[in-house]
Design a protein around this ligand. Structure first.
Ligand SMILES: [Zn+2]
Length: 443
């Protein structure tokens, strides 16, 4: 509290006289006035007095230097039990200046000003001292601390939804390559970074980049990174390639137990899984099989969530360009096999198609693709918000209409206006039917 009090906090030097050799100023007396929030010291002086006020610490002191000033008599002392002062000392410095030192019990903030003579008093120097630790200050500090603690607790309880973004390939493994030389690892990394930026801007969401640069990470390690980050969703981003350069469009994959669901998907599964060979290490076959069996057992719920997210993303891709497959595809991609983390793989476009290769290189189009994925992810979590997340806290309630209910009755029940419910559900009139599901906006 006293740390900065060595700094001179108030300097007020007044020229007390323009007439060459003026008479030395005299301090006649000192009076104290103690108010609940401050104490006033009033020095009765013979003229406007040039002075300087500053604080010193260890121990806490207030120093008032008076120029060309003397005391008429010893300064009166504050009462023994005064909340701010222990005593007041004075000493003549050189032949004409005077230093007054006020020993303090607690930290203060001083303020001083001069008063001109009135009917009762002559010239005065007023020094007001405000206790830094008065009850009011202490109370407000206490309140602040409680508020901080509450915010901290809330923050701890409400967690972010974590999205692991896996930019495919990397390092030695450049992935597929376009006719113009575009490398899959490069463009998918760019899209991933744009997606991460969108996610990190969204309140209640946080992105974790699985690979943060141009290097290779083994497929299993990618899943481990997502798990270590406590990811709620794993999104692997790739660009497709095919022998036929006319093939185009995006597709979204979830894992399948029984391998690829189509010729092309099987080809792709090979293509993506073969990356581990490029990385240099082939996993032991037996270990792999056991792991797969165990994972499959606990994968049912995860798969359902994965399908749901994938569907949402596919919908958004339809809006920005052609789809390669109109439905969510299944393939045995290794990175999608986390038993407990919903996982999807997005083939953003065909790098083997010259038009799409160009689009994959365009920052503007990369942003479009990132946004399509982002919107799909957000709409999924808006529908299925994990508990203790910002999304869950802000989730819109749903109401299923039962017999005899009216729109006005429902509005009163949820404490929202009828107009808000109608807007939220795009209702033209007041007609509702039994079994209809209404989204209830937050009141
Ligand atoms: Zn790929």
């Amino acid at each position: 509290m006293f740390k900065n009090s060595n700094i001179i906090i108030g300097i007020m030097i007044l020229l007390h006289s323009l007439v060459g050799s003026a008479q030395q100023i005299t301090i006649n007396s000192l009076r104290y006035w103690t108010a609940p929030d401050h104490t006033r010291m009033v020095f009765d002086v013979t003229d406007t007095v040039p002075h300087q006020i500053f604080l010193l610490d260890n121990p806490a002191r207030l120093v008032i230097d008076f120029s060309d000033t003397k005391l008429k008599k010893q300064l009166s002392q504050p009462p023994n039990n005064h909340p701010l002062f222990s005593r007041v000392r004075s000493a003549q410095r050189n032949k004409k200046d005077l230093r007054v030192v006020v020993d303090l019990k607690i930290g203060v903030t001083p303020k001083s000003f001069l008063l001109n003579p009135n009917k009762t008093y002559g010239h005065r120097l007023v020094v007001d001292l405000f206790a830094k630790d008065s009850t009011a200050v202490a109370l407000s500090r206490k309140k602040e601390n409680i508020q901080k603690r509450v915010t901290k607790t809330l923050k701890k309880q409400i967690r972010d939804i974590i999205i692991a973004i896996d930019a495919g390939h990397g390092g030695e493994d450049s992935g597929a390559r376009g006719a113009a030389g575009t490398q899959e690892k490069k463009v998918v990394f760019d899209i991933s970074r744009k997606l991460a930026a969108l996610i990190n801007k969204k309140p209640g969401m946080k992105a974790v980049m699985v690979r943060k640069g141009d290097y290779y990470i083994k497929l299993r390690k990618r899943m481990e990174i997502a798990r270590a980050a406590k990811a709620d969703l794993f999104v692997s981003i790739h660009a497709d390639a095919f022998k036929n350069s006319k093939v185009k469009g995006a597709s979204v994959f979830t894992v399948s137990n029984h391998g690829a669901s189509s010729e092309a998907a099987r080809w792709l599964a090979d293509h993506e899984n073969s990356a581990d060979l490029v990385g240099g290490v082939k996993l032991a076959d037996k270990e792999d099989m056991l792991a797969t069996v165990l994972m499959d057992l606990s994968q049912t719920a995860t798969k359902e969530a994965s399908r749901n997210v994938a569907g949402n993303i596919l919908k958004n891709f339809r809006n920005i360009g052609s789809l390669h497959k109109r439905s969510v595809q299944k393939a045995g991609f290794m990175v999608l096999k986390s038993p407990d983390i919903p996982s999807i793989l997005v083939e953003t476009a065909f790098i083997s198609n010259p038009t799409e290769e160009r689009k994959l290189r365009s920052g503007k189009h990369q942003q479009k693709m990132a946004r399509a994925i982002f919107k799909g992810v957000v709409s999924y979590f808006e529908q299925y918000a994990p508990t203790n997340t910002y999304f869950a806290l802000n989730a819109k309630k749903r109401h299923i209409i039962s017999r005899g209910e009216t729109l006005s009755g429902i509005a009163v029940h949820y404490g929202v206006s009828m107009r808000a419910i109608k807007t939220e559900n795009a209702l033209a009139g007041n007609h509702i039917r039994v079994g209809q599901v209404l989204k209830i906006p937050r009141g």
